[in-house]
Design a protein around this ligand. Structure first.
Ligand SMILES: NC(=O)c1ccc[n+]([C@@H]2O[C@H](COP(=O)([O-])OP(=O)(O)OC[C@H]3O[C@@H](n4cnc5c(N)ncnc54)[C@H](O)[C@@H]3O)[C@@H](O)[C@H]2O)c1
Length: 248
């Protein structure tokens, strides 16, 4: 099935991890996919691995100047993005709230929340011109409840992403733009492998009704659905992909 045939997609933070897998699914669905990442070399390697239709870029989503220049390039080269996945993000340092510095706070808030705002702000004008567009923002189970392990700025940033998603859905729905969010539970990948001890893994797994961690593929299936016309009447929603850890 080519649910994204002829569409132009941007997946931020697609140099590795969840974003990379989502980019590969969107390519398989027929989209041209930009794979910008803070680490430009990682983006180039990802684009080479993904093959035809993937376009690399170096982008820091925390910088309004960078973001404007990147989306101007997408406008010029490809007529603007039809689909945007705000996947770039940074985890909080593993320190208690009372020890968090201003720089650490800013790093987490800016890469997760401000970056999502800036990329939406830069991508939406061309979507409004076409009266069509779909955005998927990355929240987290942390944003739906809390994350003692990842810290209060991460919880706040990911809860903020849910607020942005609801707000943008209302603000731009009449312009043909849908905006949704996904809230993954702990997801297998390089980042998590470096964070969890074997004991942490066992403890977390014991609390997951479906008995395993989230995978990037679980999230890519949800992303393709939410970005496709099959989700044409869904906007402002958050889909929990956590194996039943949180049921509300
Ligand atoms: N892995 C999990 O357990 C999990 C759970 C819930 C939510 N999430 C969210 O999913 C998203 C992807 O997570 P992941 O585990 O694949 O992470 P990852 O570290 O494997 O990949 C993230 C990518 O984003 C890039 N990036 C970081 N800051 C950036 C910036 N300022 N500008 C552009 N690119 C930047 C990194 O270079 C990296 O390539 C993040 O938003 C994360 O918060 C992850």
């Amino acid at each position: 099935m080519d649910t994204c045939s002829g569409k132009v997609a941007v997946v931020t933070g697609a140099g590795r991890g969840i974003g990379f897998v989502i980019a590969s699914y969107l390519l398989a669905e027929g989209a041209t996919v930009y794979v910008p990442d803070l680490d430009g070399e990682r983006s180039t390697q990802a684009a080479n691995q993904l093959g035809e239709g993937a376009r690399p870029a170096t982008l820091d989503v925390r910088s309004a100047q960078d973001v404007k220049a990147f989306f101007a390039r997408v406008d010029e080269e490809a007529g603007g993005a039809d689909l945007l996945v705000n996947c770039a993000g940074g985890y909080a340092p593993l320190v208690p709230t009372l020890n968090i510095t201003e720089d650490e706070y800013d790093m987490v808030m800016d890469s997760n929340l401000k970056g999502t705002f800036l990329c939406c702000q830069a991508a939406i004008p061309s979507m409004l011109r076409k009266h069509a567009g779909a955005i998927l923002n990355f929240s987290s189970l942390a944003g739906r409840q809390t994350s003692p392990a990842l810290g209060s700025p991460y919880t706040s940033a990911k809860a903020g992403v849910l607020g942005l998603t609801r707000h943008f859905a209302k603000e731009f729905g009449a312009g043909g733009v849908r905006v949704n969010a996904v809230a993954p539970g702990t997801t297998e990948g390089e980042r998590v492998a470096g964070l969890l001890t074997p004991e942490d893994r066992e403890r977390q797994l014991a609390g997951i009704p479906l008995g395993r961690f989230t995978t990037a593929e679980d999230l890519a299936d949800v992303a393709v659905f939410l970005l496709s016309d099959r989700a044409r009447y869904i906007t402002g929603a958050t889909i929990d992909v956590n194996g039943g850890v949180l049921t509300i």
